[in-house]
Design a protein around this ligand. Structure first.
Ligand code: ACM
Length: 713
């Protein structure tokens, strides 16, 4: 008996150790996964019994969505059309159980427990939201072998690292349709994100319907805004998927669109119309203003339309407006923005300057504090917790205001308002988006290793948000900008901090990417459509061979270039259809190629060498195949240099492999080829060849660690 117990516990121990390393295809990786070498086979007999609260509509809808997702994925034609609260089926292959019914809320117990054995599945959770997370894990577990679809036998115990796991979508710079927002909500739910932070207003557009102040959307947008019916539809859609919706009404700065209809709210006279930051100043030139200067100087000195915080009517307006909005957004939070107000639009107003003197307000930072306090009180009256970008922070800030960190210290452009511990020590909950800006074209591993998140688990950090600003994203390319990289951020926010293997993250990220596509997310289809547009309806296969290994240049170079060009902020009028707009940010082919190069250089793996050769031969040949398509096609010709360079780089890579096979070393050639490769790494039309570093590694004969960061500016 003792022997048997010992054997069983050794076996369990073995499984547990193995489980630590076995992440399957799960993203985010659960807190604990124990995998056994056995399978649960899916057949058309697959059925689910819900032992839940009969009136839990969120639960039943989610179970049915998962059931049909498996049905579609496997094509098995499961026997049930709809799993219903009236089912009496107690002998089902899958049992779902919850103790409490819950709506998505920050701070709920989100744990779930999922046990799969050869004969059945049990998913249990404290409440609805835990079940929703478990169902997403269930769908990700489905695998296929030569006998058909199955789930591995596993025991999963899971709960999140952080309470607040968000995605911010800016819909002001470019409008994003209801359908696309819903796609994003589905993708968020798949990786257990729980907050859609909806940046609804900015200089360029006011995107929510107000019935009390209809000129907000009528004059503050180009007609693209969400009606109240649509807002309610999205809030409900998100709620069904375990996600709360937090609106952002950005003010006192970034507020030009408000003033198109209500110029009396602004600190300086109008007229106003929605448009990019800098537009008002261009239209109201000041001959005494400093000319030119660095970008940092331009940001510091820009006079940008801003609320007049000395106007009592403003607070009456905001009180009514917020009251109206709380009926649309039940989440309990309102984000008030408050970012990037340099105070210039206040300093320019003699009335405001005089008011500050009368009220002993020493500077515009203090005036901003006064303004935030007034808005805080309005939100309190409407039972809403205030969130603001870090510019709301000061040593008198109310302790329940949530500070949203976004500025990396020492960036040389905008000053930081404090480090995360400054905010948490003061007692303010903190959200983190610094390091999680997906609009800066960084590869997923940069976000995954976000240094700002290190050591922060117990320090008052509520969580974080991926942030997608949309100067360079529109309804068509935004999905490929946000995803799949946001899944890597979601893992940071959900999984334990010690889940940090970059190669394994990338392996799972691209599996997830295809799951997104399979479930109807449009990013891959949009990419191919954009390539067909680029080729004027011609063949795209060879174009794609090239564009699959290109990346947009990292950082804000493209945006800044665009803003400096005349007409200013051409990001509003330039269609986002260039190669740099349509290609995925993080090349999957590069990641696969990098994995092969690593295997070859570190383990001398012959199969890896063959795989590398296949890629290099394709790239070398591709230029001749694509060449005829460039004639007369200006947009496509933007990648003509890359085409030639990729071909030449591939030849260098093949030569390096041949030399290594023959044991030839030639230091002079290594130097000369490395220099050649450096020249091929140069950007053209805001794209660069992503695989040059790996080809360079073949030349020097060893792997080089990837940079820990890239400059944003
Ligand atoms: C911000 O990026 N201005 C919050």
């Amino acid at each position: 008996m003792k022997k048997i117990t010992l054997f069983v516990s050794l076996l369990f121990c073995h499984l547990a150790i193995k489980a630590q390393q076995n992440t399957l295809n799960l993203l985010p990786v659960p807190k604990s996964v124990v995998v056994a070498n056995a399978k649960f086979r899916l057949t058309n007999k697959f059925s689910v019994f819900v032992n839940g609260l009969k009136d839990d509509t969120i639960l039943y809808k989610a179970v049915n969505r998962a059931y049909q997702a498996l049905n579609r994925k496997t094509g098995l034609a499961f026997g049930f059309k709809y799993i219903s609260p009236t089912d009496t089926l107690t002998v089902a292959q899958m049992q779902v159980a919850e103790q409490f019914k819950a709506k998505p809320t920050i701070g709920l117990d989100e744990n779930y427990n999922l046990k799969v054995n050869e004969n059945g599945i049990v998913l249990s959770a404290t409440n609805t939201i835990g079940v929703l997370h478990g169902l997403q894990t269930l769908v990700q577990l489905v695998a296929v072998d030569d006998k058909g679809y199955y789930l591995p036998v596993v025991a999963i115990d899971d709960s999140p690292r952080f309470k607040w796991r968000g995605l911010m979508i800016d819909v002001a710079r470019h409008f994003v349709s209801v359908e696309e927002i819903k796609h994003n909500i589905d993708a968020m739910a798949a990786v257990k994100l729980n907050v859609l932070h909806w940046h609804l207003t900015d200089d360029e557009g006011f995107r929510v319907e107000s019935k009390i102040y209809p000129l907000l959307q009528e004059k503050g947008s180009n007609g693209d805004y969400y009606t109240q019916v649509q807002i309610k539809e999205i809030v409900a859609y998100a709620g069904d998927r375990g996600i709360i919706v937090v609106p952002e009404f950005d003010m006192p700065g970034h507020a030009q669109s408000w003033f198109a209809g209500y110029p009396e709210l602004a600190s300086l006279p109008g007229p106003y119309h929605p448009g990019p930051r800098g537009q008002w100043q261009q239209e109201h030139p000041d001959p005494n203003a400093p000319k030119g200067g660095s970008i940092a100087d331009i940001i510091a000195n820009m006079v940008a339309p801003t609320f007049d915080p000395t106007n009592e009517k403003l607070y009456l307006f905001l009180d009514k407006f917020i009251g109206e909005m709380t009926s649309l957004f039940p989440s309990g939070y309102v984000h008030i923005g408050a970012d990037e107000n340099n105070g210039m639009a206040w300093k320019k107003s003699p009335a405001i300057v005089a008011w500050m003197k009368d009220h002993q307000i020493a500077n515009t930072d203090e005036l901003q504090r006064y303004y935030v306090e007034r808005v805080y009180k309005i939100l309190k009256k409407h039972h809403r917790q205030l969130i603001g970008w870090e510019e709301i922070f000061n040593d008198k800030l109310s302790k329940d205001a949530i500070v949203h960190k976004w500025i990396p210290e020492g960036n040389g452009m905008v000053k930081s308002y404090g480090k995360i511990p400054d905010f948490t020590v003061h007692g303010n909950p903190v959200l983190l988006s610094v390091g999680f800006y997906t609009d800066v074209f960084m590869p997923a591993y940069i976000h995954y290793q976000n240094p700002f998140l290190q050591g922060l688990d117990d320090a008052g950090v509520l969580g974080g948000e991926a942030a997608q600003w949309t100067e360079l994203a529109d309804n068509e390319n935004i999905d490929g900008r946000i995803w799949p990289r946001t899944a890597a951020i979601a893992e940071r926010l959900w999984s334990p901090g010690n889940v940090n293997d970059v190669d394994d993250m990338y392996r799972r990220l691209f599996v997830f990417n295809r799951q997104l596509d399979e479930q109807g997310f449009p990013h891959l289809a949009n990419y191919e459509r954009a390539l067909r547009r680029l080729s004027n309806g011609g063949p795209i296969e060879n174009i794609k061979t090239l564009t699959d290994v290109l990346s947009p240049v990292k950082g804000y170079k493209k945006l800044i270039g665009n803003m400096m060009r005349a007409p200013q902020a051409s990001y509003q009028t330039t269609p986002l259809t260039a190669v740099s707009d349509i290609i995925p940010v993080d090349s999957e082919v590069k990641r696969k190629f990098r994995a092969l190069v690593k295997l070859y250089l570190e383990k001398h793996d012959k199969d890896a060498e063959n795989g590398i050769r296949n890629y290099l031969i394709d790239w070398q040949k591709n230029d001749a195949l694509i060449e005829p398509l460039f004639a007369g096609n200006k947009r496509l010709s933007e990648i003509q240099d890359h085409s030639k360079n990729l071909s030449a780089a591939a030849a260098i890579g093949l030569d390096a492999l041949d030399k290594a096979d023959k044991g030839i070393t030639d230091a002079a050639a290594v130097q000369q080829r490395s220099a050649q490769l450096d020249s091929y790494a140069k950007p053209h039309y805001e794209t660069e060849i992503a695989v040059i570093p790996e080809i360079a590694e073949l030349v020097i004969g060893h792997v080089v660690a990837e940079p820990e960061s890239y400059p944003s500016f």
